[in-house]
Design a protein around this ligand. Structure first.
Ligand code: GDP
Ligand code: MG
Length: 250
């Protein structure tokens, strides 16, 4: 009996527990007002869920966000449930224009934020930029983040092994994702797709040739979901806990 580890039984129990309780995942969207945060929250849900959100204050038309507001959905994929909670926030630093995105306020905000949570920066409203502008903007942001020692997700320090590093390097090359949000559907080749109508045609948010929303969604709620949670728990929460303990011992 002592030699028997029963790993199969343990795995079965874990599978059953996950099926029953599902995963939980919390996301918060921050940035200046008018950037497209609320639209992005809706895009994320609409791209995954068919039924309507059931928050008490939920409205089809997006109102200006005046307070923290969380919406929770249960998403199901291949029989596994996930409880996804997204918190929408009012804008901060509304006096700011897009011209010089990484002003001291943004940098300071991201620097502090990146120490307590996983930060995934995005370029919003990418449909308003040409492909060249997107690439240039992206390079500039990558350079600024590096220059100011801001470590965004996936952090190089936490790559587990060389395979991890190769995969995460590919993601790091793409960060910040240039995303487009939309909560309206359009008819494209006989199919209904989420998108924005522009002079040049429909920008489809879920088409990887049109924008990087699919990359963002897959990273957040598919490929890196567990890793995001692990780093939050093992690194961010742990350092927060230690800090609070030290404070209370002063
Ligand atoms: P929030 O203040 O950051 O929550 O921004 P909202 O989601 O309320 O959006 C502000 C405005 O920008 C609305 O008119 C949206 O329709 C528009 N908008 C949102 N996302 C996009 C986008 O990806 N591209 C473009 N062109 N407009 C967007
Ligand atoms: Mg809003």
């Amino acid at each position: 009996l002592f030699g028997y580890v029963g790993i199969e039984a343990v795995l079965d129990q874990m599978r059953i527990k996950t099926m029953k309780t599902g995963f939980e995942f919390n996301l918060m969207v921050v940035g200046q007002s008018g950037l497209g945060k609320s639209t992005m929250v809706n895009t994320l849900f609409k791209s995954k869920v068919s039924q309507k959100p059931t928050g008490p204050d939920y409205e089809e038309r997006i109102p200006k966000t005046v307070q923290l507001q969380s919406v929770t959905h249960v998403i199901e994929e291949k029989g596994v449930k996930m409880k996804l909670t997204v918190t929408d926030t009012p804008g901060f630093g509304d006096q700011i224009n897009n011209e010089n995105w990484l002003r001291p306020l943004d940098l300071e905000f991201m620097r502090r934020l990146s120490k307590i949570v996983n930060v995934v920066p995005v370029i919003a409203k990418a449909d308003t930029l040409t492909l060249e502008e997107r690439a240039e903007f992206k390079k500039r942001i990558q350079k600024d983040l590096k220059a100011h020692g801001i470590s965004v997700y996936p952090q190089e320090d936490f790559d587990d092994n060389s395979d991890d590093r190769i995969l995460n390097n590919k993601i790091r090359d793409k960060i910040p994702f240039a995303v487009v949000g939309a909560d309206k559907e359009h008819q494209v080749n006989g199919k209904r797709v989420l998108g924005r109508k522009t002079k040049w045609g429909i920008i489809e948010v879920e088409n990887p040739a049109h924008c990087e929303f699919p990359l963002l969604r897959d990273l957040l709620i598919r490929s890196h979901l567990q890793d995001l949670k692990d780093i939050t728990h093992n690194v961010h929460y742990e350092s927060y806990r230690v800090q609070r303990l030290n404070e209370s011992n002063l």
